[in-house]
Design a protein around this ligand. Sequence first.
Ligand code: IDC
Length: 457
Amino acid sequence: MKRLLALLATGASTVGLTVLAGPPAQAATGCAAEYTITNQWEGGFQAGVKITNLGDPVSGWTLGFTLPDAGQKVVQGWNATWSQSGSRVTAGGADWNRTLSTGASTDLGFVGSFTGSNPAPTSFTLNGVTCTGSVTDPPTDPPATGTPTAVNGQLHVCGVHLCNQYDRPVQLRGMSTHGIQWFGPCYNDASLDALAQDWKSDLLRVAMYVQEDGYETDPAGFTARVNSLVDMAEARGMYAVIDFHTLTPGDPNYNLDRAKTFFSSVAARNAHKTNVIYEIANEPNGVSWAAVKSYAEQVIPVIRAADPDAVVIVGTRGWSSLGVSDGSNESEVVNNPVNATNIMYAFHFYAASHKDAYRAAVSRAAAQLPLFVSEFGTVSATGGGAVDRASSVAWLDLLDRLKIGYANWTYSDADEGSAAFRPGTCGGTDYSSSGVLTESGALLKSRISTADDFPTS
Ligand code: IDC
């Protein structure tokens, strides 16, 4: 991996070249860029660029750099609008990362081609000002003013929204684990520090598969592992969604007894905490809404008996599509809701597979049902394939507008397009540099790490 750290000056016209070796008279207007070749193959490569604003806040930016070899070309970029003229490349901020407060970073990247050698770019500029200085230590972000759980406290459902302790709607944005039976090494102090501090994630969804070598093989062991992840999230000020990850078989009633046992245990153990949300059935499939509702009405009382005030998320028919993937729609839930209070309904999507018809259903349903997107992917429903950027951005914009919380599949280094980290990342200790992110990870990190607007009164 090749890294180049360059100090870039931002906008102010009085700023000339800033070199950190001397007294940093104009350091208040600088920024740092980290360039990393994350992958290279015959004639092609993938690169990440992390920009950190060290100066005054900017509400728009254009990054420029020069590709030194005539054969180097940007083929496709992300998290910015990319163009190339001769050897000069520019990248303009996208809607979601255009604003950079002091100390804020954003990750961009591109796939490139080359014919001769593939040297690192030179002459970085930000908003037209060239810099030649270099820094050895990436700057640290300013301290957070309050963690998501500290600001919001115990959550509850109010109308169609999730509300905080001030009874005001909040949108929680975060990541889901992969199956903890397979990707346990990805969930450690370093990776959760990165999730809380670099990603500024509001939540960690803990995906505990029931089958596929999951809970059913070792109930006590998986219950303990879930509890420990709840504690790790709590220590970092993040909410934890405890996901009883049923998938195959699709009828949650197959696991009804296991669900009662599991939830009575985790609800009793975590009742005093304010950071826990219970998700009782990941994705019911091949089963009627009536059967899912019946399951929910048996499991929710078990949770309430131990932990009366926690929010519960109920999976919906057709892989938590509100029935849409089974040719139905949200009306089956609206007309026959689960008989319980303080609950939300799960909606899941995979951006490359589920598009306008699904977005229309969510837009309609959001006016009538409390929805939580407890799982979604930027890729196809297989969990693999290419990132569908246009559909992912359309979805994220919609969820932001409707204030619907979400968790992205997955905070893992699985060898599939939906994973946020490149394969092998969890074998190391670096979860923070742009070099460990996949295209999906870079997109999600840039979306999740923007400032929350949690009401505080
Ligand atoms: C996928 C994983 C994949 C695993 C498969 C089977 O990404 O590595 O082999 O499960 O367990 C879902 C499910 C979620 C799926 C995901 C992608 O909730 O478990 O994960 N997906 O297929 N629903 C729609 C897509």
